[in-house]
Unconditional design. Structure first.
Length: 134
């Protein structure tokens, strides 16, 4: 409950500063939960649009721990980074890059950077999914 109260306070503060910040957990009936957070800092001026960041985290039974971060700038440019603890999963992500770029282009987005790292993300997510570490 304390975690929920803290998230609500953070969201209220972000709104007062004209920032956008929220996070939520998507529980799936047939898969492990996914933590999603989205943020966009307050625009620096009337003519500039700040980047929109989406972070996704899961600790899946089948995929292991995965963190993904997409930053959208200028409305269409996407920088993508992924950290997967398992080698085979980071390899699959690298092989899927052309298909992801094609899907993004089909909705008007351009992939600028695509980085995949094998290992844990340097910073742990602020919120856990209620699972114990293995």
């Amino acid at each position: 409950m304390r975690e929920l109260d803290s998230s609500q306070a953070d969201t209220l503060l972000a709104q007062q500063n004209r920032d956008l910040a929220f996070s939520f957990v998507i529980p799936f009936k047939d898969a492990d939960p996914v933590l999603v957070s989205m943020s966009r800092p307050r625009p620096k001026g009337e003519l500039t649009e700040s980047a929109f960041t989406i972070n996704v985290y899961t600790n899946s039974q089948t995929l292991g721990e995965i963190w993904m971060k997409a930053t959208i700038s200028d409305g269409t440019d996407v920088d993508f980074a992924m950290w997967a603890v398992r080698d085979d999963i980071s390899g699959r992500a690298l092989r899927a890059r052309p298909e992801l770029a094609e899907e993004m282009e089909s909705v008007g987005l351009r992939m600028q950077n695509f980085l995949v790292f094998t290992g844990p993300k340097p910073e742990e997510p602020a919120t856990t999914l209620g699972r114990t570490s293995r």
